[in-house]
Ligand binder design. Sequence first.
Ligand SMILES: [Zn+2]
Length: 484
Amino acid sequence: MAVSRGDNPMRTNPLLRSWTVLTLAAFAIAQAATPAAAPQPLLAHQQLARDIYRELIEINTVTATGDTAQAADAMAARLRAGGLPEADVQVFKPAPKKGNLVARLHGTGARKPILLMAHLDVVDARREDWSFDPFTLTEKDGYFYGRGTTDDKAMAAAFVATLIRCQQEGYQPDRDIILVLETDEEASSPGGPYGMPWLLQNQRKLLDAEYALNEGGGLGLKNGRPWEMDFQTSEKVYQSYWLEVRNPGGHSSLPTKDNAIYRLAAGLGRLAAFDFPVHLNETTRAYFERAVALEEGQMALDMKAVSQERPDPSAIARLSAIPIYNAQLRTTCVATRLEAGHADNALPQTARALVNCRILPGETPEEVRQTIIRVLADDQISVTAPRNAAPSPASPVNGELLAAVEKLTQEFWPGTPVIPTMVTGATDGRYLRNTGIPTYGVDGLGTDLFDVRAHGRDERMPVKSFYEGIEFSYRLVKALSGGR
Ligand SMILES: [Zn+2]
């Protein structure tokens, strides 16, 4: 089901407007560099969070070959050791080596629960590609290195540590706090995915919440300094298509002009030259409006121009040359795989390319398929979707959550603007959004906006960011659940 652009709540939300003014006022405050803190012994709750983090990193949870059930069991043991009752910590194992944890800190029930989610699985990492063992937590030069240090085990550790800290304080929230640690976020498994979609199908009641906090947003750093707090309300939809040409083939000593590889290559050339039209939605418009204050010179002028009703084409062209801004402006499609032919001495009978698209909320996979067909302009190139993507409607801005994030951000990193964002990658938040649980990407685990290593080699998290992030999670959860 497609989501119309009119569904975006930011269009009419008055709270967002007043928030804009507050946010812009905050820009005026010069951002002072945070002085390097002298090393201090860790507090007990910091040490516990670090131990949890290390345990998670050191359990190999690569989606295809690792063991998320072991990680879910380990976190269940941590929560029980931290005082959560046996019955409030459950591990579900839908398949061998596949585990999901659902835990609950009980509140008074005055308000509907909130849900904290993170994923346990990680993308593969090969020792020979890395400077360190990816499955050992290595602390070096102010960073924690290891697969999952940013995606998404810091968040998982922060949430587990937060629940234990609240439990040990005897904190009674005014609403239940549900923790979900899921598997199969990075990739699906045969017969799966066994993470959030499985939980929603089999344990929907356990997950019922007013809204969820997830990965996909959070504090961005530039040269190590706090730069922006991304408040993620929406994300692009991940959709792939196979482009395929079939041909009778024949002996390669008798070539014909009608060749499957040449046809496909010519079509791909036309697709490469094509840009999808610019569509700003309310989130991306607000993003460029606020990001202006973080930029200078031509970049600031271009961002200002692009958020206007009739944007200057040359400003669009300059921003489009920068991948992170281009991806905010439009749906993108790119060829990522190519396969053709069956023998060195035969004319190819098939040629196929996989094109991976990231579709703006409000556009449908079928519309994009029709656009690709039109651009290829060759009725011998078939375009099919291997599977239909789940839509991911934008979540309405939640005033209470936004106010809490704004307040904490100013306390932790004064002057850092809170910026609404649409992410170009997909998270499992889309499954919750689809079942009517609004989901927001926000956290205090600062990572460098221009040195993204998630899924790549030598993934790392600044040590300072980790400790600030766990404190931010704890304070945010308390702020959202009654406070003392
Ligand atoms: Zn992730």
